[in-house]
Structures are given as structure tokens and as C-alpha cells.
Design a protein around this ligand. Structure first.
Ligand code: PHE
Ligand code: ZN
Length: 860
């Protein structure tokens, strides 16, 4: 069978500027569900009048051309050519000076199930244009380096009509918007519907009064307040920390139920997946509140890092995404606990990005080739893109970072920029040569860093030599890897637990490099990679007793947590291999959770055992084929051991962490709930489900409800609670998404695929809704031993649904296909079944370019 790919490859090296300059775009939308008319007038001029070129516009298959004029005249049809997804007007038909190109097209939003371009969600018109959705609205140079001011008229009887920029006219059945900031088409947005707003205002520090609105469907207003608070905090923070002010008279946010991603930073009109806007204590968890705050911030921060300075081409995607993730992470650290945020971010990075970087889909933060750009909105571009900036900041210091960012905003405001531009501002602001550092952007793969210690005692003081080696395994199309610059933050801790050397940053640049510390009275314990100073896989020889010592004494919260993590993993790996397990982890964790001076959220993180996939990854990295069932059993038995050993302590903590008073989503209360829920997960393993059942019955908030339900489902119980949740919230889509995801996710592995299959047969499995599809299919994929069931039932179920989704919504099918990205790690039996499932997908006639690219890379 063939899985050929390569016809449609785009290369970074092929970049060339658009041969026309577009100065202004005027559009009129006559909205209709099945036959929307779009009138577009483009003011164009040839970039090189002496070298005439054809004008090539992008335009999807669903765009029907109804008329086209150049300076008001219809060109000879022989000069207008429609081929595939482009419309070409030959140079001979074009003036040598500036001209006006006017088109009218017809499109059918009601037929748009891919949610790219103009579509309808719950009777509301809305758009999604990043990355290449605008070409499904009209013929246009749909690329980020073509920027224009937009003037948009919307004709419709719907009550609320929104677009980018400032409102310049409202009358019955018509609204006009003007966006004075030149922007690329991917930042265009339009919304029309029966919406209501939660409104407020913000006065920028230079005195501009900005009207703020969060638009939702009638009835949802009481769940939009937290989003508004988050927006106001974000606006203030960006002024205080980055000196960035907002630049229009209004800022609108709209919540929609059908959305492929989390949210979108359209200029002045952010569009959000409703799950990242709507929250009430009864329907949203603490985790949801934290994500809402972070994503509202993320999209708002894009106004400068993304919109005012955008990307020259899509290879540069991490220019805006890595930086904006880095900024939203800083924001959350400031709003909540920096230590907890860092640990959560590293956990997510390892679970998603390291997974990607070690498999067939590995690519650099700045790729140099792609087939379908939508497949590159990845953990590598986003989260590793942010890590690389964190390293830069550590290397140049806080002052250097600030100067570089000021220079970036000054120099590139209004530009479509590149990673080269970004690195240059750091070089110019700090004098540092970043030639070698740039490899972090251009090379895929996670470096393996090893540390060896050599201790030489001496009368006057001992010497500790640390020798580091780095090596990056080959990744697709990149076999030779050169050494990278690795900032290694470390500190030294004396035998009595006192820190003898505070954090310093070693700069590793060679494949192998030693650093020496002398004058040491006694051999210290090295606390290395503090704050996870570089996205690498560190290995060092360390016994469990020393890990327990670090867990007790390290002053760096990340390194302290990591020591506990390594202890837990060493116990889990031994158990899954049938080897004897030391008591160090169980005892050390008992001491830590009893320490009431420690942040409950930190204690909760330490108490939550590594997930099964994380254990599988650790085994795989040690050259051992992971056995999902043995891993599941080992984790269950360690959890039980923890619960039995610390029964009294855990019972007391469970009571002590009760949160009194009305629900508040703030970090302090959320921390207590997270510890209490981590304790509950353990106790439910030995109390017959009693506590969880009581909690589910008495609590009014979703954080505790879901925690109790999950704990019960894992034990094969919870049926009554599932019914109760369904009865309470059958009308709430977001809660029902949780209901659909928790069941396959928490089902005992042997039942998981069957649970998912029967849920998929329900009438309310509205699978064309991306959230619902992700809930169920993603829920099963997140059940490690369930998805990787030895009989292949998990693989088959997911493959069946990917094939069904692909013609409807290729972006979603392609993204969810990453469930398979680790398939080569497992035993021959599982590999054969996973490969058969992938080949079944690859064999589909007319498979989308999106899914085809993903599956081909995974099979290759
Ligand atoms: N640019 C959006 C963000 O990160 C993500 C997105 C990409 C949304 C493509 C929709 C489509 O904020
Ligand atoms: Zn973003």
C-alpha cells in the first residue's frame, strides 16, 4: 500500500515576498445561512511595476466567483484562471500602477462542518481564519505578510453584528467596522447572532477608555464574569510588565460552542471556545478557571505579540505562539503560585512535547517544511517555543530580556517578522552571539543530558567536578545533531541540609564539559536543573536515599518536586518489572505531606503519582518495552500502599483541607481542594468509596464532584453518581462534555474501549461538535492501558472515529490522530494492531491532506 506524501510540501527556503502591495481591504457581507454574498474591494499595486507578474489569489473550492472587475471593468475571461485553490489574473490584464480589484463571491456557511472560514454554530455566524481560513471566505492573498486596513460592512437582521477594529456605523440591519491597524487576513473575524454581553471598561495608562464586552448566548451571562475579570487583569499586567497598551476603542470576546481550538486572537474580536469563557462554581473546575484566566490572557497578549508584530510566514509560527505562551505563563505565575505553575508547565511539556519530540512527528519549533500548516499547531511550536524563550531570558538576565523586548516592540511594530529578527534584537540589546543558541529553533529532538560527579576530598577543602555530556537522538530528516547551548541552573546542598551554594547558571556549549567547585568542607548533594532550566532529559546516578534527601531539603521547588517524582518513578518502575521496591518514596512522601508549612498545592503535586504514560515513557527511555497492564497494576499497588501506610495522616488531611464558605476560584482555595482531592483519590482505594460518595452528595462545586466521580469510576463504582450528574446537567454542554470524557478516561482498562463504544452510540453524542468528539475520543486516548489494550480494541475504536470525522472536520481528525504517535514503543502484538489501524486510515479514498500527512509521518 502507498502512503506517499510530498506533492504539497511547502519549504521555508522558498519564501518570497508577495509581488503586489495591498493597502486596503473593503468588504461587504450579505449574510445568509446558505448563500452569503461577499463583496471585496482590494487596493493593490505591483511591487515591481517594471517586472509585471501574474496576480495569484487564494480561494477555496466552496467559493463561487460571481463577478470580478479591475478598476471597474470586466477583464477578458482568457486572463482569469481558476485552478485548484487559486485564482490567477495574468499580468497582461493588470495595470502597471495601483488598481482596484473588486469581486463578488457566494459561499454556504451552513455546509461548513470543518469550522474554518465562515460557519454557523448554534444559529450564530462566526469565522475562523487562522491559518488559512480566509480563503474560504473570498479570493485573497491569504498569507500573513500581506497586511491591510479593513473596512467591513455587515448586512443582516441579526441583532449583534461584530467585526474587527472600531464600530463606525450601526443602523437597522447593518453594521460597519473599521480596523485602522494593518493586519493579515488570518486575523480577520466576523460574528453575527443573537448575543448578549457582559460589559465593563478599562482605561489604559495613557487614558484611552476601552469598552470591554464578553458576548455569550442569552442565559449564559451569569457564567461570563470570570472571563471579564481575567481580561481586565491581563490588560493591566501587560502594561505593568511589558509596557504594552491596548490600541482600539473596544475589545470584544465572543464564546462559541463549535470551535476547533481553544481560542483565537482576531484583532479586537477574540473568538473563544465556550469552554474557555463560561464558568460557574457548579459547572467549572478549579482547573477550568485557571485555564480560562490563562487563555484570556494569552489571546489578549497576542494583540502585541502576534497582531502588532505578526509572522512573515507560517514557518515562523513560534515567533508569536512561543512568546505569547511564555507571557501567559509569566502572567499565571504572577497571579497564582509561581512554583506550582512551573511544575504544572513542566509536567505538560513532558507529557505532550517530549512525547512529540521522541516520536515520528518530531519537528523543530521553527520547522522548515510542512504539508498542512494546521498540523503544526503543536506542543513543540507552542510549549517548546516558550521554553526556548525561558532559556534566553535565563542566559541574558532579566534586564537583558527587558531591553531586548523593548527593542523588539520598537523595531518591529507593524512588521511581519521572523525568528532571525527575534534573535537579532537579543544580540543587539545584549551583545551576545546567538548563533549556536539558534539550534534550539532549527533542530528537533530533546537532548539527553548526563551528569557525572567526581569528588576529591582534601584537607583544606574538597573539590567537586561535574562532567556533563549532551546528545540529541536523530529525528525525522535530521540525523546529525550538533551540541546546543544548555543553561544548567544548579545549587549545592550540604550534608546537614543547608544550601552551601545558591543557584548559579552554568552555560554548557560543548558535547562534553566539566565544571569544578572547590573549597567545599564536605561532599554536597547537587541540586541540578533547578526550575527545569532547559528542556532536556537529565540522567544522573542517584540513590533513593539521596532523592529523599533532596525532596526534604532542596530550596528550589521544582527540583524538590522532581526529586519526589524520580523517587516515585523508581518505585513504580521496580514494581512494574516485578523487582523489590524500597520504602524511601512511601516514607518520604509521608513526611512531606505532614508538613503544614508547605503549600497545599505543592503537596498535592508531590502526592499525585506519575501517570501511566509517564511511567511508560521512563521505561522506554531506559530501553525497556513498556507493558501497559503491568504499569497500571504497579501504579495501583503503589497508590494502595501509600493509602494504607499513611491512613491516619491522610484521613486527618482530608478533614483539615475542607474549604469553608462559598466557593472561590482563587489559588489559595484551589490549592486546598487539590490536596484534598489527591488525598481522596488514595483513600477511595481502601474505604470502599465511602468518602467520595459522601463528597459527591454534599458538594455544590464541579471541582469536587468530578474528583469524587473519577475516584469512584476508577474503582468500578460511581454509576449512581453518573446518573445524578447527567440528570442535573443534561442541558449544559460543557458539563456533559466532562460526563463523556471522564467515563472512558477513568474506566478500568479492560472495559475502557467498550465504555467508549457504548457512549458513542448515544443520541447526545453530538460528535460533529469538536468538544464532544474530543471528550470521548480523547478521553479514551488518555486511558493509557485502555487505549493500548492488548486486543487492539482501543486502537480500532479510535481509528473508526477518525475515519468518520475526517471528511467532516479534517483538522480535528488529524489532531486526534496523535493518539497513535507512540505506537512504535510497544510490544510486537500491539504494534501490529496499531499499524493495522493506521493503515486502515491511510487506505481511505479521499482522505484529507491533514490526516494523510499525519498518518504518513506516523507510519514512515
Ligand atoms: N492562534 C490561536 C492561539 O494560540 C490558536 C488557533 C490556531 C486557533 C488556529 C484557531 C486556529 O491563540
Ligand atoms: Zn496563541
Amino acid at each position: 500500500m502507498t502512503t506517499t506524501t510530498g506533492q504539497n510540501v511547502q519549504f521555508l527556503a522558498d519564501y518570497r515576498p508577495y509581488p503586489f502591495v495591498l493597502s486596503s481591504t473593503r468588504m461587504t457581507f450579505r449574510l445568509s445561512a446558505t448563500d452569503t454574498r461577499v463583496l471585496t474591494a482590494l487596493s493593490l499595486a505591483p511591487r515591481h511595476p517594471d517586472r509585471p507578474e501574474d496576480l495569484v489569489l487564494d480561494g477555496g473550492k466552496g467559493v463561487r466567483l460571481l463577478s470580478l472587475t479591475i478598476d471597474g471593468a470586466v477583464p477578458d475571461p482568457a486572463h482569469v484562471r481558476r485552478e485548484g485553490e487559486t485564482l490567477t489574473i495574468t499580468a497582461a490584464a493588470l495595470p502597471r500602477h495601483s488598481f482596484l480589484l473588486e469581486t463578488e463571491v457566494g459561499i454556504d456557511p451552513s455546509a461548513n462542518t470543518a469550522f474554518e472560514g465562515l460557519y454557523i454554530s448554534n444559529e450564530m455566524f462566526c469565522t475562523q481564519c487562522e491559518a488559512e481560513g480566509f480563503r474560504h471566505i473570498t479570493f485573497y492573498p491569504d498569507r500573513p505578510d500581506v497586511m491591510a486596513t479593513f473596512h467591513v460592512t455587515i448586512d443582516s437582521d441579526l441583532p449583534v453584528l461584530l467585526s474587527n477594529g472600531n464600530p463606525v456605523g450601526q443602523s437597522q440591519g447593518r453594521a460597519e467596522w473599521h480596523d485602522p491597524w494593518p493586519k493579515p487576513s488570518y486575523l480577520f473575524a466576523l460574528v453575527a447572532g443573537d448575543l448578549v454581553a457582559v460589559s465593563d471598561s478599562f482605561t489604559t495608562r495613557s487614558g484611552r477608555k476601552v469598552a470591554l464586552n464578553v458576548w455569550v448566548r442569552p442565559g449564559d451571562q451569569d457564567r461570563a464574569g470570570f472571563a471579564m475579570e481575567s481580561l481586565i487583569k491581563s490588560m493591566k499586567w501587560d502594561e505593568d510588565v511589558y509596557g504594552r497598551e491596548y490600541d482600539l476603542d473596544v475589545f470584544n470576546i465572543v464564546a462559541v460552542d463549535d470551535f476547533n481550538m481553544g481560542a483565537m486572537e482576531n484583532k479586537g474580536l477574540n473568538i473563544f471556545n465556550s469552554k474557555l469563557v463560561l464558568a460557574s462554581p457548579e459547572t467549572a473546575t478549579d482547573g477550568d478557571y485557571e485555564r480560562i484566566e490563562a487563555v484570556i490572557a494569552h489571546e489578549y497578549f497576542h494583540n502585541w505579540t502576534g497582531n502588532r508584530i505578526t509572522c512573515r510566514d507560517w514557518f515562523q509560527l513560534c515567533l508569536k505562539e512561543g512568546l505569547t505562551v511564555f507571557r501567559d505563563q509569566q502572567f499565571t505565575s504572577d497571579m497564582r503560585s509561581a512554583a506550582v505553575k512551573r511544575i504544572e508547565d513542566v509536567q505538560a511539556l513532558r507529557a505532550r512535547q517530549f512525547r512529540e519530540d521522541q516520536g515520528p512527528l518530531a519537528h523543530p519549533p521553527r520547522p522548515d517544511r510542512y504539508e498542512e500548516i494546521n498540523n503544526f499547531y503543536t506542543a513543540t511550536v507552542y510549549e517548546k517555543g516558550a521554553e526556548v524563550i525561558g532559556m534566553l531570558k535565563r542566559l541574558v538576565g532579566d534586564d537583558g530580556y527587558r531591553r531586548a523586548l523593548d527593542l523588539y516592540f520598537n523595531r518591529h511594530d507593524g512588521d511581519a517578522a521572523t525568528i532571525e529578527d527575534w534573535l537579532k534584537v537579543f544580540e543587539d540589546a545584549t551583545g551576545r552571539d546567538l548563533t549556536q543558541f539558534k539550534r534550539w529553533y532549527t533542530d528537533a529532538g530533546t537532548p539527553r543530558l548526563t551528569m557525572a560527579e567526581d569528588w576529591q576530598p582534601a584537607e583544606a577543602g574538597g573539590t567537586l567536578a561535574l562532567t556533563f555530556t549532551q546528545e540529541t537522538p536523530a529525528t525525522p530528516r535530521q540525523t546529525e545533531k550538533l551540541p546546543r547551548v544548555i543553561p544548567i541552573a544548579l545549587g549545592l546542598i550540604g550534608p546537614n541540609g543547608d544550601e552551601v551554594a545558591p543557584t548559579q547558571v552554568l552555560e554548557m556549549t560543548e558535547a562534553k564539559q566539566s565544571f569544578t567547585f572547590d573549597g567545599l568542607g564536605a561532599r554536597p548533594v547537587v541540586s541540578v536543573l533547578r526550575g527545569f532550566s532547559a528542556p532536556v532529559i537529565l540522567s544522573r546516578r542517584l540513590d533513593d536515599a539521596t532523592r529523599a534527601f533532596l525532596l526534604a531539603h532542596d530550596t528550589d521547588p521544582f527540583a524538590r518536586w522532581e526529586a519526589g517524582r524520580d523517587l516515585a518513578l523508581s518505585a513504580l518502575i521496580a514494581a512494574s518489572q516485578g523487582q523489590p521496591v524500597t520504602r524511601d518514596y512511601v516514607e518520604a512522601i509521608g513526611r512531606l505531606i505532614a508538613d503544614d508549612s508547605a503549600d497545599p498545592a505543592f503537596r498535592a503535586l508531590c502526592l499525585s503519582l506519575p501517570g501511566e504514560e509517564e511511567i511508560a515513557t521512563r521505561l522506554f527511555n531506559q530501553g525497556i518495552t513498556p507493558d501497559p497492564d503491568a504499569i497500571h497494576a504497579a501504579r495501583e499497588s503503589l497508590a494502595r500502599d501509600l493509602a494504607e501506610t499513611h491512613l491516619d495522616l491522610l484521613s486527618r488531611l482530608y478533614t483539615a483541607m475542607t474549604v469553608e464558605g462559598p466557593y472561590r476560584p482563587d489559588a489559595a482555595d484551589a490549592a486546598r481542594r487539590s490536596l484534598r482531592n489527591a488525598v481522596l483519590a488514595l483513600l477511595t482505594r481502601i474505604d470502599g468509596g465511602e468518602r467520595a460518595e459522601v463528597l459527591f452528595g454534599v458538594t455544590g462545586n464541579m471541582t469536587e464532584r468530578i474528583a469524587a466521580l473519577t475516584a469512584l469510576l476508577r474503582r468500578g463504582r460511581g454509576q449512581a453518581e453518573l446518573t445524578a450528574l447527567h440528570d442535573l446537567f443534561a442541558d449544559n454542554r460543557l458539563v456533559m462534555d466532562k460526563w463523556f470524557s471522564v467515563q472512558p478516561m477513568a474506566a478500568p482498562p479492560a472495559q475502557a474501549a467498550q465504555v467508549a463504544r457504548s457512549l458513542s452510540q448515544r443520541k447526545d453524542f453530538d460528535w460533529k461538535n469538536p468538544n464532544r468528539f474530543r471528550a470521548l475520543i480523547g478521553g479514551l486516548s488518555a486511558n493509557h492501558a485502555g487505549f493500548h489494550a492488548a486486543d487492539g480494541s482501543g486502537y480500532d475504536f479510535v481509528a473508526d472515529w477518525l475515519m468518520r470525522m475526517d471528511p467532516v472536520n479534517p483538522q480535528i481528525a488529524a489532531r486526534m490522530s496523535t493518539a497513535f504517535e507512540t505506537w512504535t514503543r510497544y510490544d510486537a502484538g500491539r504494534r501490529a494492531k496499531a499499524l493495522a489501524a493506521l493503515e486502515r486510515i491511510a487506505a481511505v479514498q479521499g482522505l484529507s491532506k491533514n490526516t494523510r500527512e499525519m498518518v504518513s509521518r506516523m507510519i514512515a
